[in-house]
Design a protein around this ligand. Structure first.
Ligand SMILES: NC(=O)c1ccc[n+]([C@@H]2O[C@H](COP(=O)([O-])OP(=O)(O)OC[C@H]3O[C@@H](n4cnc5c(N)ncnc54)[C@H](O)[C@@H]3O)[C@@H](O)[C@H]2O)c1
Length: 358
């Protein structure tokens, strides 16, 4: 079945369009919706038969639209997702999904009522590199994970913050932890999770903004692995990197900031596992669709009854639970154990009260 998609928001929505466009036998692009007619219209014109509109409610009312892909600023996600579920649409929504565990649980209630689907965007998971690592784990060559390092070392300068919602608690709902490092932290939890505890330090050092742009995290996984995660928006270039030290090998990811798994990852055998054993498994791993195309393909598979690879609402909630724990730890200067109970002081959100009232 080919599903008809409307993309709401023409910023990162342009990359989503390319992702859907790479899957012509699974999706067709119906429309681009954006309040900015110049931006939205220009994006719509890049694809044949794609219409432009500026009215989200009209998209929701259109029975020809199957999938609503929300690429709006973070503070608009919650209400836009609820409305799309009410309208019976399949929902894809950019990160961060919403701004609290309470909102994530309200979405889960709405999904239960409507029978809908919400797929949060975590495109890092898709590509050759992760397929290789999963194949080696599946083949029994990984063993226990001892430790690891994560780097989200990106460069964001003043012009990036000219868009008014960025850099603010009210608009962005968080800083580098919520907006940038959320990808690599999702990847970690997906590969070797869940997280058992986090101890975090955050700071605003690079730009004159309200939210954090640097962080140092110490993470204990439930499996026992000890992970450190370094985050800054003050790097010379945009580099992401994951190194995981397993009993059977050490793996280092590629460094691409937006599609970490697109290229081959580097696997080094650790005795008694041999490089020959590793290479034999890797030789069987075929090219995989990467980034947004990989994610949208996995969603289409699930919608067609072959589930298991898509990003779920539970995954989105888990990423927000981690963010909640990180802010709780940074503010208390204490380690925070997960999962968080519903009576946790930040269950209703981490955005400071003064910013909410604005
Ligand atoms: N997955 C990723 O790698 C990735 C990368 C960049 C951004 N994002 C996320 O995508 C989201 C959007 O980010 P962006 O950088 O594209 O933002 P942006 O501000 O560049 O684009 C948002 C667009 O939404 C439009 N818009 C705002 N309100 C609207 C409304 N009510 N109806 C229709 N259109 C409306 C704006 O006119 C604007 O063009 C954010 O949540 C961000 O965190 C994800």
């Amino acid at each position: 079945m080919i599903r008809s998609v409307s993309i709401i928001g023409a910023g990162i929505g342009a990359q989503h369009l390319l992702g859907y466009g790479a899957l012509p036998d699974r999706y067709q692009i119906h429309s681009i919706c954006d309040l900015d007619a110049e931006r939205g219209g220009a994006l719509a014109r890049t694809h044949p038969d794609v219409t432009y509109g500026n009215d989200y409610n009209a998209i929701l009312a259109d029975p020809k639209v199957d999938v609503v892909d929300i690429c709006l600023p973070p503070h608009l996600h919650f209400s836009a997702i609820l409305a799309a579920l009410e309208a019976g649409k399949i929902v894809v929504c950019e990160k961060p999904l919403v701004a609290s565990l309470a909102e994530a649980d309200q979405l889960a209630d709405k999904v239960a009522q409507t029978g809908g689907i919400v797929s949060p965007v975590f495109q890092y998971r898709y590509g050759l590199g992760t397929a290789q690592l999963l194949a080696l784990i599946e083949a029994g060559l990984a063993g226990r994970c001892y430790a690891g390092t994560l780097e989200t070392h990106w460069n964001r300068e003043k012009p990036y913050y000219d868009i008014p919602w960025r850099g603010t608690w009210a608009g962005e709902r968080g800083g580098a932890l919520l907006g940038h490092a959320i990808h690599i932290h999702d990847l970690l939890a997906w590969l070797i999770g869940p997280v058992a505890q986090v101890f975090a330090d955050t700071a605003t050092r690079v730009n004159d903004i309200e939210v954090e742009d640097c962080a140092a995290l110490s993470i204990r996984m439930e499996c026992g692995a000890l992970i450190t995660s370094s985050v800054t928006l003050g790097a010379a270039d945009d580099t992401s990197r994951m190194r995981l030290l397993f009993e059977g090998f050490t793996v280092e990811s590629d460094h691409a900031p937006y599609s970490l798994a697109e290229k081959s990852w580097r696997f080094t055998a650790r005795a008694p596992t041999t490089q020959t054993q590793i290479d034999a498994v890797l030789a069987q791993v075929s090219e995989a669709k990467t980034g947004f195309a990989g994610m949208f393909e996995a969603l289409a598979d699930t919608l067609d009854g072959q589930g298991g690879r898509d990003v779920t609402l539970q995954d989105g909630r888990r990423s927000l639970e981690f963010v909640t724990a990180v802010y709780a730890s940074a503010r208390s200067n204490l380690p925070v154990a997960l999962p968080l109970a519903r009576d946790h002081p930040l269950y209703g959100g981490w955005v400071p009260d003064a910013a909410r009232e604005r």
